[in-house]
Design a protein around this ligand. Structure first.
Ligand SMILES: C[S@@+](CC[C@H](N)C(=O)[O-])C[C@H]1O[C@@H](n2cnc3c(N)ncnc32)[C@H](O)[C@@H]1O
Length: 232
């Protein structure tokens, strides 16, 4: 969820919303997720690190280190072109020069489908065997939380479309944990529940599709099932 200083003013957000309503999609159903009642991303990340005895962690997009500073591990690297982390670079530039591999990678950089796909592919290339990829902001509750460009101060972007696309890959196993704005979980193993659905262009998916096929598209799991699924 992005709440940053570079947020456009309210008037700009309302104008963008109006044009989105006219040109893209009109859909007012929403989900009632209450993220105050779930574990946080750092609870889940630290739980996985501790149980799996992981040694190395990479975070893409750190902002003010709210999450990065709470991760308990010896070897941690944070990449962000603006603030936070340990390496001031975009994820693309980082992966071009990186020679290390990681046990757990948390993708939370630019929340746009095309960039998230690149971050997933690059992360898979440097993920240790048995490693885990997590992605933030996969479960927007309302249409306005996922528009491109941003139209609301609470914004998840269209990261969810990257999860749907990953669900159609046979070589990776993708889930979404119902916690902290939706945490995508990607494991480098055979897909145990391949998504078969006629989608020509994932970028063109609508919020209505996400709403109507929510469980099937996102493969939702409870926060207390994460370790069982990783250990399967
Ligand atoms: C939602 S914030 C990250 C929040 C942080 N992970 C947390 O949990 O507290 C997104 C961050 O991604 C960074 N970012 C934007 N584009 C990026 C890119 N191409 N590569 C890496 N980080 C990027 C932004 O500068 C911003 O600080």
């Amino acid at each position: 969820m992005i709440r940053n200083d570079a947020l456009p003013n309210k008037f700009t957000l309302y104008c963008r919303r109006f044009f989105y309503f006219l040109k893209n999609e009109r859909f007012n159903k929403k989900f009632n997720y209450d993220w105050n009642k779930t574990l946080t991303r750092f609870d889940i990340i630290n739980q996985i690190i501790k149980t799996k005895k992981f040694k190395s962690y990479l975070e893409i997009g750190c902002q003010s280190d709210v999450n990065f500073s709470k991760i308990l591990i010896d070897n941690k690297v944070g990449v962000d072109p603006q603030t936070g982390g340990t390496i001031p670079m975009t994820s693309d530039d980082f992966f071009l020069q990186n020679k290390d591999t990681y046990d757990l990678i948390f993708i939370d950089g630019l929340h746009i489908h095309e960039q998230v796909l690149k971050d997933i592919d690059n992360s898979l290339n440097v993920l240790n065997d048995g490693g885990v990829i997590l992605l933030h902001d996969c479960l927007p509750a309302k249409i306005w939380h996922q528009t491109i460009p941003q139209t609301h101060s609470s914004w998840n972007g269209d990261v969810w479309k990257s999860i749907v696309q990953s669900r159609t890959r046979a070589d990776i196993d993708t889930y979404t944990i119902k916690a902290d704005q939706g945490l995508g979980l990607i494991l480098k193993r055979k897909n145990k529940d391949l998504l078969v659905h006629p989608i020509e262009n994932f970028k063109n998916l609508k919020f209505k599709d996400y709403y109507n096929h929510h469980d099937k598209f996102m493969r939702l799991i409870d926060e207390n099932k994460v370790l069982d699924i990783i250990n399967e």
